[in-house]
Structures are given as structure tokens and as C-alpha cells.
Ligand binder design. Structure first.
Ligand SMILES: Nc1ncnc2c1ncn2[C@@H]1O[C@H](COP(=O)(O)OP(=O)(O)OP(=O)(O)O)[C@@H](O)[C@H]1O
Ligand SMILES: [Mg+2]
Length: 270
């Protein structure tokens, strides 16, 4: 779904942010991008979302060479993506609710659907009670979670998150990545930039390391890291934090096989 062919990026300042990157990320993968500060991780993400253009090479997303894409087509490309920016990019004139709702309103969602979905997603990231706050009234970690909620709200096929746990305590970070893992199991491709090695070790996802603008290691391309949608059973659900398990059961009953659904209804999931 995402392919970089000999991609280099030199900023106008002369900084070589990426050099000759060749990478293929398949649909349904969950990839961690690690590397030192200044290594080129955010640049890598900005090239995927076409916020920056490569100096040379080609980027292919879902079969489309975005290097040649017309500028007016870019918003449509972005709508297939949920993006968590390193600097959040929340709008302070709007409430938390409206910041998240905005992404849905842009695509013309009905107000009832918006309300239901936004409150559900805010619940998933633990911020339902902050719906009417302004971003500037929140802690850094809370703002980060609003930014994550906004990325999730339209159910994108690709989620790109730049340090989504950078301002969050370890326990919450673990839950956030676990949440992303669950979303990944429904088939969403996920790319997460992180500095936290401990977090990366806890999950067995593909890890791409970037150093000085070059890919210096890749724990495994393709097949073995592609999530095979799991059969959701009470046992699987019981492994998750209860709130997440409940929410997932709530949102996608079609994913549940009949037997598990019955068991969950009878309260056996606890
Ligand atoms: N807009 C820009 N103009 C000029 N140079 C830039 C620009 N953005 C990034 N750079 C430079 O490109 C290099 C890679 O930056 P990038 O933001 O991709 O790093 P990073 O791996 O995301 O770092 P961090 O972990 O600190 O977020 C750095 O040397 C940085 O200073
Ligand atoms: Mg960065």
C-alpha cells in the first residue's frame, strides 16, 4: 500500500533529511518507526501525507504515484489517512468536541452521527469529560489524545501517528498502543513514530529504524507482520483493558463470531 522507491529529501536549507529510502509497507501492517532525534522520522511521515515533496524518487500509495499527484487531489489523499501530528495542531477556538467533530463535518456527516461517533471516540481515549474544554485548558498528554481521537474518528484506512505517546505516562501509552493494535486487527494500516524503546519491545510489530536519513534496520518486511484479523473470542477480549474490550464489542459486532457474542452477552467476558 505504501512504497518508497529511492526516496531522498533535501530541505531548502540544505539538510539531507532522507537519503535513498526504499521501503514497502503492506495494507494491514503495524509499523513502528524509531531513530534518534533529527533522524528523519517526521520527514518520512510528511512525505507519506504529501505535506513535503521528495527531492528525488517515487512514493506510491495504494497504487497511485503521489509524486505526480495534482495539488487539488491532495485533500482526497489525506482523507484516507488519520494523522496524529507531533505538534498536535488543534484549533484553540474550538472545543475538544468540535476539534474532533470537524474532521467528520468536513466529509458531510450528519450531526447525529457526528455526536455519537465523537463521544464514542473521546471515550476510547479517556476524554469524554473534557469534550467542552478548549485545547489550551488541557495537559500535553490530553491534547495528544484529542489529536489521536481526531485521527481515529473517520475510521481511516491508514493511521499515521508521530510520537502519539510522547507526552503520556507509561501506563496510558501502553493502552494507546494497545488501542491502535486493536484497530490494526480490524485491517487498518498503522505507522507509529516513537522514541520509547520499552514500548516497542512490549509489542511484536515490525520496527523500522532510521538513522541520519537512512533506513538502518527493518525487523521484517511484509507477510509475517501483517495482522490477520483475529477471531474475537471472550478469551481474547478478556486480555484487553475492560473499557476497550467493551467499546470494541460495541462498535463492531460483525467482527464477533456468534458464539463469542453470545458468551459476552451472558457476561462471560469478565
Ligand atoms: N522544514 C524543514 N526545513 C529544514 N530542515 C528541516 C525541516 N524539517 C526538518 N528538518 C531537518 O531535517 C532533519 C530531519 O528532521 P525530522 O523532523 O524528520 O526528524 P525526526 O526524526 O522527526 O526528529 P524528532 O525525533 O526530533 O522529531 C533534521 O536535521 C531537521 O533539522
Ligand atoms: Mg519528528
Amino acid at each position: 500500500m505504501i512504497q518508497f522507491k529511492n526516496v531522498s529529501k533535501v530541505y531548502p536549507s540544505g539538510t539531507h533529511a532522507l537519503s535513498n529510502v526504499n521501503i514497502k509497507i503492506e495494507k494491514g501492517e503495524f509499523v513502528f518507526i524509531v531513530g534518534a532525534s533529527g533522524a528523519g522520522k517526521s520527514t518520512f511521515l510528511k512525505l507519506i501525507m504529501k505535506e513535503e515533496q521528495p527531492t528525488s524518487g517515487e512514493i506510491i500509495i495504494n497504487g497511485v504515484n503521489t509524486t505526480k499527484m495534482k495539488r487539488r487531489k491532495v485533500p482526497y489523499l489525506r482523507r484516507t489517512m488519520g494523522i496524529v501530528f507531533q505538534d498536535f495542531r488543534l484549533i484553540d477556538k474550538m472545543t475538544v468536541f468540535d476539534n474532533v467533530a470537524f474532521a467528520m463535518r468536513v466529509i458531510g456527516a450528519k450531526s447525529r452521527a457526528v455526536k455519537k461517533r465523537v463521544l464514542y471516540i473521546l471515550g476510547l481515549v479517556g476524554l469524554k469529560d473534557k469534550a467542552q474544554s478548549r485545547p489550551s485548558e488541557l495537559s500535553g498528554g490530553e491534547q495528544q489524545r484529542v489529536s489521536l481521537a481526531r485521527a481515529l474518528v473517520n475510521n481511516p484506512s491508514l493511521i499515521i501517528a508521530d510520537e502519539p505517546t510522547g507526552n503520556i505516562d507509561p501506563e496510558m501509552s501502553f493502552e494507546i498502543i494497545e488501542l491502535l493494535n486493536e484497530i490494526n486487527k480490524q485491517g487498518t494500516t498503522i505507522i507509529v513514530v516513537t522514541h520509547e524503546h520499552e514500548l516497542v519491545h512490549k509489542f511484536h510489530n515490525r520496527v523500522i529504524e532510521i538513522n541520519d536519513g537512512r533506513v538502518t534496520s527493518d525487523s521484517g518486511a511484509t507477510d509475517e507482520h501483517v495482522a490477520i484479523p483475529i477471531e474475537i473470542t471472550p478469551e481474547n477480549l478478556a486480555d484487553l483493558p475492560e473499557e476497550i474490550a467493551e467499546e470494541i464489542a460495541d462498535v463492531s459486532p460483525q467482527e464477533l463470531n456468534a458464539e463469542a457474542l453470545q458468551a459476552i452477552e451472558q457476561g462471560e467476558a469478565e
